[in-house]
Design a protein around this ligand. Structure first.
Ligand SMILES: [Zn+2]
Length: 65
């Protein structure tokens, strides 16, 4: 059975705390969205990519860059 969603961890680029977000893995390729940090409430740009073997890569960037 394929995993269709997954809880992924991203690191806030402003305060360094780890946050998690639920990602829908049925969407192919790259997903990007903005998430607010649960501690400092600043918006981070989250980029989630999957490769052909369903490996998941998560990157976070300051949203104002
Ligand atoms: Zn933060």
């Amino acid at each position: 059975m394929m995993t269709t969603d997954e809880d992924v961890v991203w690191v806030c680029q402003y305060c360094g705390v780890q946050n998690s977000v639920w990602v829908d893995l049925t969407i192919d390729g790259k997903q990007d969205f903005v998430e607010d940090c649960r501690i400092c409430c600043r918006p981070n740009h989250i980029i989630v990519t999957t490769d052909n073997e369903s490996h998941l890569y998560v990157e976070s960037r300051p949203s104002d860059e």
